[in-house]
Design a protein around this ligand. Structure first.
Ligand SMILES: [Mg+2]
Length: 125
């Protein structure tokens, strides 16, 4: 992470390009089926959850002050993003557009006057 601290962050397209070059140099596209990418994404998300397993909210917050744990969280979050980028590339999903559209859906589902300060799902508002 230090190498990019002072430089502008890479774009999703730039990350995807670098990731595909990494994959293709190793002839791994054959293993990156849609199903395998879906499973890998979920497994990496589980590795994020593992960092909080058996801890209270307070213990998780306190643990983030530990540089070692924080680095592990950074790495697992990166793994999630990388598999998500691979899945999006393989399926032709424009992640930025899809995310933008989903935020709009959520804005409509969760009007501020009904959802502010409560955690109810949109169909229970
Ligand atoms: Mg991982």
């Amino acid at each position: 992470m230090k190498e990019s601290d002072s430089s502008p962050p890479p774009s999703l397209a730039g990350l995807t390009e670098r990731l595909l070059a990494f994959r293709d140099a190793r002839d791994w596209r054959q293993f990156h089926t849609v199903k395998n990418l879906m499973l890998s994404l979920a497994l990496e998300a589980a590795e994020v959850m593992e960092l909080a397993q058996w801890k209270t909210d307070e213990q998780v917050d306190a643990a983030l002050a530990d540089p070692v744990l924080r680095h592990r969280l950074e790495e697992e979050c990166a793994d999630v993003l990388l598999y998500l980028l691979l899945l999006a590339e393989r399926t032709g999903i424009d992640l930025a557009r899809a995310a933008e559209a989903k935020i709009a859906v959520n804005e409509a589902r969760y009007p501020i006057d009904k959802s502010r300060g409560n955690a109810r799902k949109y169909n229970e508002l």
